[in-house]
Design a protein around this ligand. Structure first.
Ligand code: SIN
Length: 506
């Protein structure tokens, strides 16, 4: 029996407990929020929410469609009029109250994230902190939507710019961070003076509804944030209605590149502003002079966060050929020591994948790569004894760009180790992808670090660190990883238009 199997506990045994905790949950809302009212879908349909660890049904939400989208957009249009007219200081205070409530509900929010998303509670708590930090940050930034006074081009004339809210915003968020990806979009939109209609991921609507309930409690006006829930089949209808509605002036989306491209095409009809945070294929480069202990820590932090289901996680490990065996020897025991299990189990460090299909896809990529020459040093198998959605944390050596596991975003707990012989080859391999979200570089040479950072075709580079996600910095990609930035000062700009004013007759 493999180490991962021995370490694992049967996640299904937690199913009854998960359902009990969901039923008793103080923030459980099982209706959609449209225009400040908790509603059922006009069509009456409901969607089951499943705990991915045990596959137990834990709640249900309305299966909304175009009718709820239209009502929510109408309410948002109404709400945005009053909201944009408020003083920035007043918007800031309302956001601050929302932040305070998020902080006060840290534990119940983390529990909801675990129940519907599967990640271990410790990771879910970190997500609550991360998600709340965007609300705190944009409560502060709400007062800094500065325009400019531009040196004039003519006597008697003055030139200036104003920053104005873009208008009604549609936000479509993913299941891998059901809390932080909502606040990373909603908080800057509200800070800028916009209203938001949110479609959370079909698998994880409960956290979004809880966030909205706390926003109402914080005194945010009804209609300013609506949450329209649906299932996979309804997602096209809801997403399409948001894209087609000319009252919606901006779409912000986090999810797969394939869906992002479809939304982008659909938004052409109404020429919406777009922010797209799409798939990644991050290289993690370990140069020959790297501190390998540090690099191994970076790999573990980046690759296995949320069981590898993050768009920024290290997807390909590129290590100098002379250091590969040393790095593999450091990593293998750490990967074997990870404990897959139900997110409520305090001993678990790795949750399930989001679906059986996701686990099967990862298994297929590994199996085909092993058949073509890769060698598993840890893992390399499904974990049916833990649950049908679990895959063992896996380290593969002998990977090459030609293997299926190196052919794009894996979104699972698999670390493939490839080698390179010189810096140029490392950078060429790193950039040989249509994605361009993040890259990680480990080296003790300042010169090499700068050279790599500048040569990498990505939106974000971490030097000698396995993490880069923070509210203070602009998160986003280049190439097919998307458009726009979230977080930092730049995240507010995504929700502001620039209006140029020429003042004459002076
Ligand atoms: C994502 O995976 O989409 C976001 C990850 C992060 O913010 O760190």
């Amino acid at each position: 029996m493999s180490a991962a199997r021995e370490a694992a506990g049967a996640a299904g045994a937690w199913g009854a407990e998960a359902a009990r905790r969901a039923r008793a949950h103080p923030l459980l809302r099982e209706r959609a929020l449209v225009g400040g009212a908790w509603v059922e879908a006009a069509g009456g349909g409901r969607v089951e929410v499943v705990d991915p660890g045990s596959e137990e049904v834990i709640a249900s939400v309305p299966r909304c469609g175009a009718a709820e989208v239209s009502a929510a957009v109408g309410a948002a249009e109404e709400a945005t009029r009053g909201w944009r007219a408020r003083l920035p200081r007043e918007r800031a205070r309302a956001l601050r109250r929302w932040f305070d409530l998020l902080a006060a509900h840290r534990e119940p929010l983390a529990e909801l994230v675990t129940l519907e998303g599967g990640k271990p509670l410790a990771e879910a708590r970190a997500e609550v902190d991360y998600g709340a930090s965007f609300v705190e940050w944009y409560a502060e930034e709400a007062r800094r939507a500065y325009g400019e006074v531009i040196p004039t081009y003519g006597h008697g004339r003055r030139v200036l710019t104003l920053r104005e809210p873009v208008g009604v915003v549609a936000a479509i968020t993913p299941w891998n961070f059901p809390l932080a990806m909502v606040t990373r979009k909603v908080a800057p939109a509200l800070a800028a003076g916009c209203a938001v209609v949110l479609k959370p991921a079909e698998a994880t609507p409960l956290t979004a509804l809880a966030l909205a309930a706390l926003a109402l409690e914080a005194g945010l006006p009804p209609g300013l944030l609506s949450v329209v829930t649906t299932d996979r089949a309804g997602a096209d209808e809801v997403g399409g209605a948001l894209c087609d509605d000319e009252r919606v002036r901006k779409l912000t989306f986090t999810g797969s590149t394939a869906v992002g491209k479809r939304l982008m095409a659909r938004c052409a009809g109404t020429v919406k502003r777009l922010s797209l945070e799409l798939g990644g294929d991050a290289p993690l480069i370990v140069f020959e002079d790297a501190d390998l202990e540090l690099a191994a820590r970076g790999v573990m932090a980046s690759k296995f966060r949320n069981s590898g289901q993050t768009c920024v996680c290290a997807n390909r490990l590129l290590v100098h050929a002379d250091r590969r065996d040393e790095l593999a020897a450091l990593l293998a025991p750490q990967v074997r020591a990870l404990r897959p299990g139900h997110g409520l189990d305090p001993a678990a460090t790795q949750g399930p994948l989001i679906s059986r299909a996701a686990a099967a896809r990862v298994g297929d990529l590994v199996a085909r790569s092993v058949a073509l020459g890769a060698t598993p040093l840890a893992g390399g198998e499904a974990l049916p004894g833990v649950g049908p959605r679990f895959y063992a944390p896996t380290l593969l050596t002998g990977a090459t760009p030609a293997l299926p596991i190196c052919g794009g975003e894996v979104f699972g707990p698999v670390a493939p180790l490839m080698t390179f012989r010189d810096d140029d080859e490392a950078l060429r391999l790193a950039n040989a992808t249509r994605a361009g979200l993040a890259a990680y570089v480990f080296t003790t040479s300042e010169r090499r670090a700068w050279r790599a950072a500048e040569a990498l075709e990505v939106g974000m580079v971490a030097l000698n660190d396995g993490g880069l996600s923070t509210e203070v910095a602009p998160f986003g990609g280049v190439k097919e990883s998307g458009l726009g930035r979230e977080g930092g000062r730049q995240g507010l700009e995504e929700f502001l238009e620039v209006k140029y004013m020429m003042v004459g007759g002076l």
